[in-house]
Design a protein around this ligand. Structure first.
Ligand code: FRU
Length: 476
């Protein structure tokens, strides 16, 4: 069978069937391990296992056997849902959501230990027979409870759990889990009624899934969540600090917030505080946005994004940029070094710098419509227009405007990572959009760059373009 041109070949995904959230990014003995929600038997979001891949450098990934499998009769009999992986006194330990056949959105918190920590592959895991948290805390009318995330603060180990409550309020619950086998509920870290959260996220979500927390270079904290069940489902971040509360727990005091990713095809963040390199890395799930029939024909659904380095700018807004290691995927010589019409390969890494308002087209439909990026340094925006490629979801085709920099800047840079149907646009280091697009047979993959202010394609030094094909394919 010819290779599927829509299949990303440089991003983590299973060989076939369903994938969703990244889980438990973890560095062990110098290697990055990344797990993900995976149904190995069907193209449906059911019967979740944990898929597993690892990489020496965040760029080239090797697939491993499935790490976690539901245990018949166990607390995860109907699914091993999202969670994290930590080093528990030298033993890699997955802390995850167990779903049984009676669940109603309320998970339990389960542990699985690496069967042999000296086996660096981390291929074999042993689930504990009983959950460490069997039910949400009493008295909070919790209707959603899942996705533990373990972190350290003030020399103690804590965990966040995503939650939603009967009155429609989303929250993040806090546990003290210094002893990983004995968890104590320590209060509500934050809920959706906080004015900064309400302002940053709107009031769309009835639950916060996949809560993640990281420390920035300047010592601030960022809380990232997936906003469930808004329409559209999106993700957001809040920047602030952890504060002790009167009961010996912690609360999160947010100061600012915004979108974690501005695209329509990004969800379920997972963060690794990478102490070895002094940075925080973030991945997300990119779902398909094509018809069920097309998905059925393709035989696979869902891919993880590129790893992004996340931090805060001094003004409290999110800094987000591709991990530098992704440059290892670039072919030795660029395929384009100037803003001239150029055919584009299936997978590429493109850098465009604009000193005036320009439009870069990445793809042209037979109708003449283009998939375009308009870089406007004076306005500090990058606008992605993909209206010529209709979407399956009802979230509209309106152009996406990405806040890329301060007003009146003299120059703006965009990084475009394309891998099959996965498009990640980084506007400066201030905003990213993850979108899926599926080329049709009569589309033309060609880069053209035009000057919007004077017209024409002769850009002189008003635009710079460098692009590399991605090599080698790792997922064949
Ligand atoms: C987010 C999510 C998580 C859950 C997992 C199940 O996409 O709904 O909250 O643990 O997916 O696959």
């Amino acid at each position: 069978m010819p290779a599927d041109p829509h299949a990303p070949r440089h991003h983590v995904r299973p060989p076939a069937n369903w994938a969703n959230d990244p889980n438990g990014p973890f560095r062990w003995r110098g290697r990055y391990h990344l797990f993900y929600q995976h149904n190995p038997y069907a193209l449906t979001h059911t019967d979740m296992h944990w898929g597993h891949a690892s990489s020496p450098d965040l760029a080239r990934w090797t697939r491993h056997p499935i790490a976690l499998t539901p245990t018949p009769g166990g607390p995860d009999e109907a699914g091993c849902w999202s969670g994290c992986v930590i080093d528990d006194a030298g033993v890699p330990t997955a802390v995850y959501t167990g779903i049984d056949h009676h669940h109603t959105g309320l998970g339990t918190i389960c542990l699985a230990r690496a069967a042999d920590p000296d086996d660096e592959s981390l291929d074999r895991w042993k689930p504990l027979p009983e959950p460490v948290v069997a039910a949400p805390p009493d008295g909070l009318e919790t209707t959603m409870f899942r996705d533990p995330f373990v972190f350290s603060h003030t020399g103690r180990r804590w965990a966040l759990v995503g939650a939603g409550h009967a009155d429609g309020t989303p929250s993040v619950l806090l546990y003290d889990c210094e002893d990983l086998t004995s968890w104590r509920f320590a209060g509500i870290l934050l809920d959706g009624r906080h004015p900064v959260a309400a302002d940053a996220f709107g009031d769309k979500a009835v639950g916060w899934e996949c809560p993640q927390l990281f420390e920035t270079a300047r010592g601030d904290r960022v809380l990232a969540v997936a906003l469930w069940d808004g329409d559209p489902r999106t993700t957001g971040y809040l920047a602030g600090s952890l504060e002790p509360d009167d009961a010996g727990g912690l609360t999160f005091a947010p100061r600012t917030g915004g979108r974690l990713d501005h695209g329509r095809d990004f969800y379920a963040p997972a963060v690794l505080q990478d102490h070895a390199t002094g940075r925080a890395l973030l991945w997300g799930w990119s779902w398909e946005s094509r018809t069920p029939q097309e998905i059925e024909r393709a035989g696979w659904a869902g891919v993880l994004t590129s790893p992004r380095v996340v931090d805060l700018h001094p003004d409290g807004t999110l800094h987000t940029a591709p991990a530098q290691e992704l440059e290892l995927l670039r072919a030795a010589a660029p395929f384009v070094t100037a803003p001239v019409p150029t055919p584009l390969p299936d997978a590429y890494d493109l850098r465009i710098t604009a000193r005036t308002r320009i439009t870069a087209s990445l793809l042209r439909a037979a109708s003449g419509a283009g998939l375009t990026l308009c870089l406007d340094p004076a306005a500090g925006t990058v606008t992605l227009d993909r209206s010529g490629w209709p979407r399956e979801r009802s979230d509209g085709a309106a152009p996406l405007v990405l806040p890329a920099g301060p007003l009146g800047a003299s120059e703006l840079e965009v990084r475009v990572l394309v891998d099959g149907s996965l498009l990640e646009v980084f506007a400066g280091d201030r905003a990213v959009a993850t979108e899926r697009f599926y080329r049709r047979p009569d589309d033309v993959s060609e880069l053209t760059v035009t000057d919007d202010t004077v017209g024409g394609a002769d850009l002189g030094d008003r635009a710079e373009v460098t692009g590399w094909a991605l090599v080698p394919p790792t997922n064949d």
